[in-house]
Design a protein around this ligand. Structure first.
Ligand SMILES: C=C(O[C@@H]1C=C(C(=O)O)C=C[C@H]1O)C(=O)O
Length: 371
């Protein structure tokens, strides 16, 4: 570990991944792996890391490898340092136009349709997202967004990753898809949401209502069951709490369950496990294939690397992969923000719209925007 401030060296295209414990940074690419089969990608990365003792692989998996490839690199320079800290917030220019895709009323329609389709198709859950497209007079620096996410104490996993399309995915995800440390694996699935409130009484009310909500408990159970089912064959022992706990970010309350396990085979890397788990019902639905299809029918945009995974794996197979949510894709003079929510047969369409608005706040706050 070195104590240098990791954010001062960040340049767009770099990989940046900061948790409360450490920060992983990578720049340049000694080798790059791009592929539509996440398991094959993880195997190619393992083979490359086996020849690079002490090396690190970093990257992203898209939501759907049918529309964008997974992209993992062995950086030319990589460092693991202490937690990221910043001294001041940075100014981010205001957008000249903001466009909701779809329009909020159309998102409500899509949720209504999703509820009907879940019933007709005998499905348990689908996650529907919407986007905000922002245009600027100048480029927006992903480094400034990272800086402000750190300044806001956005928490969880604050990340930036260069994408194969030349853009950058930047965000602060609360959700751990998978970490591996030696033989120990941890997943912290999140599902079930309520907004934070500046008023402590309403804030507590929101949390208590969420903890009691049958609809959110169902939504959460679908997710935890899927994580446990996928991890079970890889583990000799899994520890699964019988009920979820309340977890919070500065903008949201969630239900979360910490699933821990002991690996049967130490050759299975963090990236291989992340590839097995993704896409979970936190961001896709259940059953997975039907949910992915319904997402394609109901969302008027391509998710790209939103609702994918972002993280790192080292030569021992250890690593951390977060679910790539609460994020934005930055491009020349433009930025696209994403937010989604799990729909179950009990969902209220207007409440689902409000939930996505609350989830946008992580990035909007970092940009100093009051939209
Ligand atoms: C899909 C998103 O968040 C996911 C959906 C949640 C929900 O539906 O309650 C909660 C946390 C995340 O797993 C998002 O933030 O875009």
């Amino acid at each position: 570990m070195d104590s240098g401030e990791p954010l001062t060296h960040y340049t767009p295209g770099d990989f940046f991944f900061a948790t409360g414990r450490h920060t992983v940074v990578g720049s340049g690419a000694r080798r790059a792996f791009t592929g539509t089969d996440a398991v094959a990608l993880s195997e190619a990365v393992s083979a490359a890391l086996a020849e690079a003792p002490g090396g690190l692989a970093v990257g992203v998996l898209p939501f759907d490898t049918g529309s964008a490839p997974g992209h993992v690199t062995l950086p030319e320079i990589s460092r693991i340092t202490g937690p990221a800290r910043v001294a001041t917030r940075l100014m981010i220019p205001a957008p000249v136009t903001v466009r909701a895709v779809p329009e909020p009323a159309r998102h409500v329609d899509a949720v209504e349709r999703a509820v009907r389709e879940l019933g007709k198709r005998g499905m348990r859950k689908v996650v529907l997202a919407r986007a905000l497209e922002l245009d600027f007079n100048t480029d927006v620096s992903p480094g400034a967004i990272l800086n402000n996410l750190v300044a806001d104490g956005a928490g969880g996993y604050i990340f930036a990753a260069g994408l194969p399309n030349g853009r950058t995915l930047t965000g602060a995800s609360p959700e751990l898809l998978l970490s591996r440390t030696g033989g120990r694996v941890v997943s912290h699935p999140h599902a079930g949401s309520a907004p934070r409130s500046a008023d402590p009484v309403s804030d507590r009310d929101n949390a208590e209502r969420l903890a009691r909500s049958r609809k959110d408990q169902i939504e959460h159970a679908v997710l935890t069951e899927a994580i446990v089912e996928t991890l079970r064959p890889f583990c000799r022992h899994l520890d699964v709490p019988s009920a979820p706990s309340l977890v919070s970010t500065p903008t949201m309350w969630h239900l979360g369950t910490v699933v821990t396990g002991e690996l049967l085979d130490r050759d299975i890397t963090a990236l291989r496990l992340a590839a097995a788990l993704h896409p979970t019902p936190a961001i896709c639905g259940s059953p997975t294939e039907q949910a992915r299809e319904l997402v394609g029918e109901l969302e008027p945009f391509d998710r790209g690397y939103y609702a994918g995974a972002v993280g790192w794996t080292d030569a021992d197979g250890d690593g951390e992969w977060a679910v790539s949510i609460r994020c934005a894709e930055t491009g020349p003079r433009s930025l696209r923000l994403y937010a989604g929510g799990g729909i179950v047969p009990e969902s209220d369409p207007k409440a689902e719209l409000d939930e996505t608005s609350a989830k946008f706040r992580t990035l909007l706050n970092a940009m100093g925007l009051e939209l």
